[in-house]
Structure formats: C-alpha cells, structure tokens
Design a protein. Sequence first.
Length: 52
Amino acid sequence: MSITIRPCTPRDAEALALVSRATFLESYADVLPAADILVHCEVQNRPELYRN
C-alpha cells in the first residue's frame, strides 16, 4: 500500500466536512444532545467552509 500526502484543494471540501462531522460526533455523542450536534455540524462543518 502506498500513501501520498498532498495539500488539500477545494475539491476535497466534501471529504473534509465529512471527517470533521464524524470526528465531532465521535467526540461529543455521549456529552451533547443529538439535536445540538446536528445543528453544530450543519453550521460549523459545512463543505463551503473548506473551499476557501
């Protein structure tokens, strides 16, 4: 298996948002209400935020 590390580009925004949301969910699922987690992810982990 070969791994290549490269700078991210705007085309990676969807994948970055997914990883960010999954990480937040994993970290706070036992601490915060599900509705609050969903709102946070929609606002703070939008793919648009990773395109700039």
